[in-house]
Design a protein around this ligand. Structure first.
Ligand code: SAM
Length: 461
């Protein structure tokens, strides 16, 4: 139930856009309907998926949950085995795959321009897998740090997290095959969830958001190659921030239409703005919050990527042979990886996409990339928490111990473990229900967690 009413102007706006009857149904859903809880599983870590009601437009990974558990206190959540994502938002994955012709091509470069906290980034990362690179950008630094934590937990290793103003992507003009703009908006679609969104809403704010969105889209457009795909989304209903912005885009720049299959029974309302295909999720029609999404292609030749820009100062150092040998056995056999150092830490990247990663890291302000593997001291190696949660970890490189829920939570709170007596002396990989959750080092009767302090959870039961 809501603890504040909706703005009169908002209700009037929706009546003008949808008609009185449809607007009344929407308002009723925003005021009274329960909020569904949904999660998206990490297909690179969880298979087969647990049973549950399927999110229709994300059937392979999205599930509704019957109740809302405490996610913080679930070791599987802490280990990046699923992401808590509002169901409608998962639709952008369907759009991405449809816009790419049903399959993600090898070598694809995806830019997620407004990425924190990482719901859509982790979805793109899962879909791209080992086929390409996802650059997840967030201009607000504190939010970018949260994004980096979520990308690290997700652990697919194909993502570079940057914190730049959208205009900085001018140095990668025409470089990306896909640019997604999940724009900051007036948040009407979040009214059911967020008191703040209801409070902050005003017609003036809608106009301000729309102007900012145009600036972001114009920068995104530059970064996109001719023939590339622009995905635009907001979590708001009004036409000003949605169709009118897409109509502006298609008038201002040369765009082509992209056809998207979308079964009617999903309950999504389709509209057009210029050549852009648009999709509305309304909470009285679909099980989830509000979402608007649109897709267009940048006109021009399909292969029209720009050259990579001139190299700037690289953050990377080389890994010597001895260090590579020490680290090698901690990494999954058969993965074709490139190792590099940043400061004291060693990072791993899929060799096929190393050049792309390096280009982005030379041009942008990068907070995280690939998988942080650990630090080498002579012949000794201190594995990083990120390695434990990644898909490239070799779990047999260290002794492993299955821990109870209590001990898993002790671990995430950085408390002493009850099972210390069962651990081998030195570094151990802890498993919860068979899945890695992190490293700990046993020294006699004590343990030292290798999980960074910043990730520590404080919630008790
Ligand atoms: N894509 C995210 C997800 O799925 O988890 C949600 C993104 S949220 C809707 C929009 C993001 O845009 C926010 O993280 C916000 O900090 C960022 N933002 C705010 N002002 C911006 C600007 N002027 N340029 C680019 N991004 C901005």
């Amino acid at each position: 139930m809501m603890d504040s009413v909706l703005h009169k102007e908002f209700v009037a706006q929706m009546s003008a856009e949808l008609g009185d009857h449809e607007a009344a149904l929407l308002v009723d859903a925003l005021m009274c309907a329960p909020q569904p809880t949904s999660v998206r599983y990490n297909p690179h870590k969880v298979s087969p998926l647990p049973e549950g009601e399927v999110v229709p437009w994300c059937a392979s990974e999205g599930r509704y949950l019957p109740t809302r558990p405490s996610f913080t206190l679930d070791p599987h959540f802490q280990a990046g085995r699923y992401y808590v994502q509002e169901a409608a938002s998962m639709f952008v994955g369907h759009l991405l795959v449809e816009a790419l012709g049903g399959e993600v091509p090898r070598g694809v470069r995806v830019l997620d321009m407004c990425a924190a906290p990482g719901g859509k980034t982790t979805l793109y990362s899962a879909l791209v897998g080992d086929r390409g690179v996802v650059v997840a950008n967030e201009v607000i630094r504190t939010r970018a740090l949260t994004l980096a934590d979520n990308v690290m937990r997700w652990g697919v290793g194909n993502t570079v997290v940057t914190s730049n103003d959208p205009s900085h992507f001018g140095s990668l003009e025409g470089w990306f095959d896909v640019v997604a703009v999940d724009a900051p908006c007036s948040g009407e679609g979040m009214f059911r969830k967020s008191e703040e969104a209801r409070r902050e809403w005003s017609p003036d704010n809608v106009r301000l958001c729309a102007a900012r969105q145009r600036r972001i889209v114009a920068d995104a457009w530059k970064a996109l190659r001719p023939g590339g795909v622009l995905l635009y989304s907001t979590c708001t209903f009004n036409r000003t921030e949605n169709e009118e912005n897409m109509a502006w885009l298609t008038e201002e720049f040369e765009c082509e239409h992209i056809g998207v299959e979308c079964p009617e029974e999903w309950g999504i309302v389709r509209t057009r703005a210029g050549v852009a295909e648009c999709f509305h999720f309304y909470p009285h029609r679909t099980s989830g919050e509000g979402l608007f999404a649109a897709v267009v292609r940048k006109a021009g030749e399909g292969g029209g990527r720009s050259r990579s820009p001139k190299a700037r100062k690289s953050p990377f150092g080389q890994v010597d042979r001895q260090a590579a040998a020490v680290v090698g056995r901690y990494l999954a056999a058969g993965a074709d990886l490139h190792l590099a150092t940043i400061g004291e830490s060693l990072y791993a990247y899929l060799a096929a996409h190393w050049d792309d990663v390096r280009t982005v890291c030379e041009q942008m302000s990068v907070l995280y990339s690939g998988v942080r593997v650990g630090e080498v001291f002579g012949k000794k190696f201190k594995p990083d928490h990120a390695l434990a949660l990644s898909t490239i970890v070799n779990p047999t490189a260290t002794p492993t111990t299955e821990v109870s829920l209590d001990d898993a939570l002790h671990y995430f709170r950085r408390e002493e473990l009850g099972c210390v007596g069962e651990l081998a002396e030195g570094v151990n990989l802890l498993l919860f229900e068979g899945a890695p959750i992190g490293y700990t080092k046993r020294i006699g009767g004590r343990t030292n967690s290798l999980m960074p302090k910043e990730l520590r959870i404080f919630q008790q039961q």
